[in-house]
Design a protein around this ligand. Structure first.
Ligand code: FMN
Length: 176
């Protein structure tokens, strides 16, 4: 889909950016996809997030994600006061991604292989996982930016990650 390029020269113009153009412009930025989850009242709970960002801080080790205010799952995860697991999704996990992000809450984990590391929910077979706890929260428009401190991690060398780009799931191929 082609959207005309628009350049805004004054900061106030940002409030006039229409949401259609904004969504399509920002979709040009490739993002990784993670599942953020925990055990809450004995059950697995998770949200899918493509706003996960690394390289925030090494000392202490911090990552972030942005969570929309209308998420019904995030308040359960946040209020549990527990550790949160971050599972970076691999190239073959787009079906799993849709299942966990689905509105069909009862079947989000049907057939899904996962484990608890403490209270952190970790999906099996992912390229990288983190065990984290909430370090800070910053209100940002209709989302909250959640800063997470890394407590523990694991990864597989050379695993291909899942990429969300231009509203589609993709994977990475090396340039020759
Ligand atoms: C590819 C993809 C990326 C998403 N990224 C985010 C995100 O970064 N932040 C967010 O709050 N929701 C994101 N969502 C939506 C959440 O997964 C959301 O939790 C889901 O729609 C279920 O709603 P619930 O929180 O009410 O259970 C994303 C969904 C998909 C499919």
């Amino acid at each position: 889909m082609s959207v005309p390029a628009r350049i805004f020269e004054d900061p106030a113009a940002a409030s006039r950016v229409d949401s259609f153009a904004l969504r399509h412009a920002l979709a040009q930025f490739p993002q990784g996809v993670v599942a953020v989850g925990a055990e809450v009242d004995g059950s697995p709970e998770a949200i899918i997030a493509s706003t996960f960002t690394v390289g925030v801080s090494l000392e202490p080790p911090l990552v972030t994600l942005a969570v929309q205010h209308d998420s019904s799952t995030w308040p359960k995860l946040a209020r549990s006061g527990k550790e949160l697991g971050i599972s970076v999704l691999g190239r073959d996990q787009n079906g799993l991604c849709r299942q966990i992000a689905s509105k069909d809450r009862a079947n989000r984990f049907t057939g899904v292989e996962y484990r608890f590391h403490g209270s952190a929910l970790l999906l099996e077979g992912v390229p990288m996982w983190l065990r984290t706890r909430i370090y800070d929260e910053v209100r940002a428009g209709d989302h909250d930016i959640i800063v997470l401190e890394i407590l523990d991690l694991g990864f597989t060398e050379d695993a291909a990650g899942l990429v969300f780009h231009q509203h589609k799931f993709k994977t990475l191929t090396p340039l020759s």
